[in-house]
Design a protein around this ligand. Sequence first.
Ligand code: SDX
Length: 441
Amino acid sequence: MYANKEYSSSIMDNSGTIRIGDVNYDFPIMMGTESEGAIDLRTLRSKSGYIAFDEGYGNTGSCESSITFINGEKGILRHRGYPIEQLAERSSFLETAYLIMYGQLPNMVTLSAYKRNILSNATLDAKMYPLFEGFHKDSHPMAMLSAIVNSLCTYHSEYATNSRKLDLEHFDAASSILMSKARSIAAMSYRKKMGLPMMESDSNKSYAEDFLHMMFSKQGMPYEDTCGASKALDLFFLLHADHEQNCSTSTVRMVASSGANLFASISAGISALWGPSHGGANMAVIEMLEAIHASGDDGSGFIEAAKSGQAKLMGFGHRVYKNYDPRAKILGKSAVSVLEKIGVNDPLLDIARRLERAALEDDYFIKRKLYPNVDFYSGIILKAIGIPVDFFTVMFALGRIPGWMANWKEIAENPKSRIHRPRQIYIGENERNFIKLEKRK
Ligand code: SDX
């Protein structure tokens, strides 16, 4: 049973008061650089004996971070203060990755050294090749990516000591290895599933171009980017690079908080991203659009199914954005331009546009502030440039790696960082005595 509780919190000399029963408890108010306020409840249990309950953490700040700022009401996304629209228009994935991990835009010298370091690090240790043989032919690429990224701890054990000081000292080397080799692991997983021989990286190509080369080049038939695919893919990676404390990034921080090394922490983030409510949604959007296309429905039937709870409009809705996801706007335009360059009229884009228009005018979606999110259009671009659907979430993961690593680094650099260990409200059986087997009913 809970005591009768009245909550009142007001700003009193920058503190908030929670009243439980007839006792007032004061807590400091924290204010971020974008005037976001938080009640600092780190002493709540020791002062009151109560814990805060916030299933899904929708109202709970797990950390202070200076990497990414989102204003969900206004549809604002910035990385280290730079608006995503400016980065999308003027930056590249590797430059934005550097910004997210190190806090500042690199100058000419730093950027070219960083690019060279990443692009020259793509080759996998030959002892890793048998790992790919061990997977079932129908293995999901996310399972392969998560497992083989984790195995980097054994091939680069000097960077995976689980000693926070040592692993932080080696962050630059370890993060370059991961940024570069994750592409090779993804490409090699694809070629294994297709029964193709491995294709070595070509460090003279750009990050995205080299990935497409490793995926699709054949002996004597090098991959040719005739439709701006590598530019579109670079933009795709950039737009996925970080996104504050989403499910997979929070997972990386949770694992990093125990002192686990970078590769193990990122492998956990890859697994968290896989779910259809998170990064797996980009696959689910294409499957949804293809099902609508195959059914001949113009989309209105599906909208009704979503409103009645029989289906979810995948690629719509967001825990934080209660406005249009700025990344979806940019990806929507990129989808049109990629399809124009290829000279393809993809019926799935028409269906997506119809769904978007219908949903944005429908009270069910308006009332719940459900807008397109990053996954709504991204799959149409990936499909247009030839990425197989079961690799869509792998693409999301490749883009998100710099954000995950920046968050790992924030934990490792913080001397006050503590292991993440939430509490719970126990609703199970009260104490009872063991019953001997022969006496049980
Ligand atoms: C990503 O967090 C991040 O930053 C994630 C991400 C990143 O970059 O890391 O942005 C990437 O994961 C984007 C989201 C991808 N997922 C999807 O597109 C899957 C479809 N979306 C939903 O599953 C849902 O919107 C979530 C999971 C994204 C958000 O879920 P919430 O915040 O828990 O919202 P909710 O489930 O409480 O929904 C509120 C209401 C409910 O209806 P009521 O109970 O009030 O009647 O809205 C409804 C929901 O049923 N609703 C939807 C819907 N999403 C929510 N109804 C139909 N279609 C949807 N897509």
